[in-house]
Design a protein around this ligand. Structure first.
Ligand code: N7H
Length: 440
């Protein structure tokens, strides 16, 4: 089995708290910082074991990860064997389809961020207390560069991202960790997520074992614009009201209804009981009897976000083992105001603080974004870019298959409803690596 005492808690199960603060810093003085990393930070780092049992969960959970420039600042010079990590995310901007650096949060544009502290708790007060205490312990050994306050949406929207869809449904099961994978859940080798575990073939320094690469992205969501687009373009079908036609279009763009119910299993109407049932809400493959998988989009469009990012049967069974990530993102920003809703225009930024863990950025986040989501000829020629996250450097996206009544129809999206504000690639080390390598 895996050494769950040594793996940071967010990686395999997520910190699953209502509030989360991403605190980005630079190391001002490595000689000062190192003893504080082992003496003040390490004792507060929350392991997987601690999160697994409610009785050992801290009031505020803490995880940490370092960028390449952060490791360099710590005089850690071993190569981790991942060139996207070592180059940093800013260098990857064009490959990810981001329109331009001017959309990026200025602090992400470059290689100036050395690390990120992830604080998670039930309340902002608890997080603020933890931040104040840690800042006073760290003194001027680090400097805060930027922070992003995130949190679950209120009331019945908790667990749903800002467009309104239930999130956090489909993460892979990990062999040796997940006792009972759910029906339809991908099962991956631990080395898909954790360095130097079974399934990770890359040569790594020994201290990197059980660490993982964290891809962080601040993804702005244009929610009133998305809703206005759905309202203006309902799927027209004699049996549907305009509102139902708009909801169906949204569900087909995502591949799930707002409740989480997959359109592959419930193609025409939402089914909240299905959405809420973890034994059924992942149990689909896009295949159906008497159905031509490569041409029939009556259930789920090829372009649907969850199909672009996990094509299931489209690739055949062995390939479904490739390109999995562990997602642990959380919404940020306020609810849509009445004036934003009525004008159809965003005035206050909101979105998703996207977090993905993987042992290879080239096979994980970067691959899903560049090779699948942005590629108009994946899953098939003419599929179009992902209507949720596809990004073509600001160019319009022509998406196929969204109308179940006319599979030849294409939909032109002139607005990106998800806009990258940038981010960074980090390495989240094991607890023992912090003690034995990074703080010495
Ligand atoms: Fe996506 N959304 O609300 O539309 N995503 N995503 N994602 N996403 C998923 O299955 C969303 C983003 C994946 O295993 C669901 O847990 C939004 C990026 C993958 O079947 C919903 C944003 C990348 C899956 C959303 C966003 C991915 C997935 C269904 C940005 C990778 C699992 C809930 C603001 C590059 C697929 C669920 C599977 C699911 C949405 C970003 C990847 C509702 C709004 C950047 C692999």
């Amino acid at each position: 089995g895996l050494n769950l005492d040594d793996i940071q808690g967010d990686v395999l199960i997520g910190m699953k708290k209502n509030r989360e603060l991403f605190y980005f810093f630079t190391i001002a003085n490595a000689a000062d910082f190192k003893p504080k990393l082992s003496g003040s930070i390490l004792p507060l780092i929350t392991s997987t074991t601690q999160l697994l049992d409610v009785s050992t969960q801290p009031e505020t959970a803490l995880n940490i990860a370092f960028s390449q420039t952060g490791l360099t600042a710590l005089n850690v010079t071993d190569s981790l064997g991942d060139s996207l990590f070592s180059g940093g995310q800013f260098k990857d901007l064009a490959n990810l389809g981001d329109p331009s650096a001017t959309q990026w949060v200025p602090e992400f544009a470059g290689t100036g961020i050395h690390g990120v502290l992830l604080f998670a708790s039930d309340t902002d007060d608890h997080i603020n207390t933890a931040v104040t205490n840690l800042e006073s312990a760290l003194g001027d050994s680090i400097t805060k560069v930027y922070s992003l306050q995130a949190g679950a949406r209120p009331g019945a929207e908790a667990g749903h991202e800002h467009f309104g869809f239930l999130d956090g449904i489909s993460n892979p099961a990990v062999t040796g960790f997940t006792a009972n994978p759910m029906a339809g859940q991908a099962v991956v080798a631990p080395g898909t997520i954790l360095l130097s575990e079974t399934g990770d073939a890359t040569t790594r320094p020994s201290w990197a074992k059980d660490g993982t690469f964290l891809a962080f992205r601040q993804l702005k969501q244009l929610v009133p614009e998305f809703n206005a687009f759905l309202t203006a373009n309902p799927i027209v079908d004699g049996n549907l009201t305009a509102e139902q036609g708009s909801d169906l279009l949204g569900a087909r763009m995502v591949g799930r209804w707002k409740s989480g119910a997959p359109v592959d299993l419930s193609p025409l109407v939402d089914d909240p009981a299905l959405g809420a049932d973890p034994t059924r809400n992942n149990n689909f493959t896009f295949t159906h009897s008497g159905f031509t998988l490569s041409s029939d989009q009556t259930h789920c469009p090829f372009s649907a976000h969850i199909r672009k990012t996990r094509p299931r049967s489209d690739l055949g069974t062995p390939e479904d083992a490739a390109h999995h990530i562990m997602r642990a993102g959380i919404p940020y920003g306020p609810e849509v105001s009445d004036s934003e809703a009525s004008s159809g225009t965003t005035s206050t930024e909101r979105g998703l603080a996207f977090v993905a863990y993987q042992s290879s950025l080239a096979n994980g986040f970067h691959f899903l974004q560049q090779i699948w989501a942005n590629n108009a000829n994946f899953v098939h020629a003419g599929t179009g870019a992902d209507p949720i996250i596809g990004a073509l450097a600001g160019a319009q996206r022509v998406v196929g298959g969204l109308d179940p009544t006319n599979s030849a129809k294409t939909t032109t999206l002139t607005t990106d409803f998800v806009v990258s504000r940038g981010g960074e690639y980090f390495f989240a080390p094991s607890l023992s690596a912090i003690a034995s390598k990074l703080s010495v």
